[in-house]
Design a protein around this ligand. Structure first.
Ligand code: NAI
Length: 251
């Protein structure tokens, strides 16, 4: 069964909420040992408790993905707790301030780039040696539809997500012969708490209308694509960017 992750250790950043929580739950339900890493330890522990209650195996760890030393420690925690690392989902992210480029302060810009782009480098940097030591594996980086499209009042987010797509391609090429696949997922707008800080100038109806399907996506729909890319069914897929966007980019 290609989506049986029994015996695999999975590391999910931003796993306490939204898309990351859905990924963690679905991985846990399919047999992976899941490490839920998040800035919010209590919220991460709640997801872990749900996974364990459903019969799975999981542990929570606190980490700010914008801080390389905290990312390194969290990945070491995963390896020490479960004996290796096979799957990683670099998902934690923020929307950032909603304003045009010249109105962004340097601090606002740096915060978004640190959490949405630099974090993916830090995570990848420390995941790769652990994946190699475990005989290979798969990484999924959570980009966005804004990894390929522009959007009003979101210069740092759009730039960071385009960067995540580029980093995904570069890393995939570097490790393609060593048994590590790296892909990016590009969700359209998904109903999660993140939309609260990403939509200051947009109504939810306005966001729904951007998608030909006329609705927002769900975290479980993004998790389904993510699990496929992590699974052996995706064994010849690496370095690519996969949309789950209700038709957004088709227009
Ligand atoms: P969310 O706000 O529901 O969850 C994000 C999680 O990341 C939270 O648990 C939060 O505590 C954690 N987090 C935030 N900053 C962190 C940090 N510095 N260190 C560690 N953890 C941190 O958001 P959602 O929607 O689930 O977003 C997940 C990913 O999906 C993000 O990368 C986001 O950019 C991306 N995405 C979301 C879309 C949406 O419409 N919701 C659309 C496209 C992409």
């Amino acid at each position: 069964m290609s989506q049986d992750f029994s015996g695999k250790v999975a590391f999910v950043t931003g796993g306490a909420s939204g898309i990351g929580a859905a990924v963690a739950r679905q991985l846990g339900a399919r047999g992976a040992k899941v490490v839920v890493a998040d800035l919010k330890l209590d919220a991460a522990q709640k997801i872990v408790d749900e996974i364990v209650k459903a019969g799975g195996t999981a542990a929570a760890v606190e980490a700010n993905v914008g801080k390389p030393e905290q990312v390194e420690t969290a990945i070491k925690f995963a390896v020490d707790t479960y004996g290796g690392l096979h799957l990683a989902v670099n998902n934690a992210g923020i929307g950032g301030a909603a304003k045009p480029t010249a109105d962004y302060t340097v601090e606002e810009w740096q915060k978004v780039v640190d959490i949405d782009l630099n974090s993916v480098f830090y995570s990848t940097k420390y995941e790769i040696p652990a994946l190699l030591a475990s005989g290979g594996g798969a990484i999924v980086n959570m980009a966005s539809i804004l990894g390929t499209n522009g959007f009003a009042n979101a210069p740092a987010y759009v730039s960071s997500k385009h960067g995540v797509v580029g980093l995904t391609k570069a890393t995939a090429i570097d490790y393609a012969k060593q048994g590590i696949r790296v892909n990016a997922v590009g969700p359209g707008f998904i109903e999660t708490p993140l939309l609260g800080d990403n939509t200051a100038n947009n109504t939810f109806d306005g966001l729904r209308a951007l998608h030909p399907m006329g609705r927002l996506g769900t975290a479980d729909e993004v998790a389904a694509l993510t699990l496929f890319l992590l699974s052996d069914a995706a064994s010849f897929i690496t370095g690519s960017y996969h949309l789950v966007d209700g038709g957004y980019a088709a227009q």
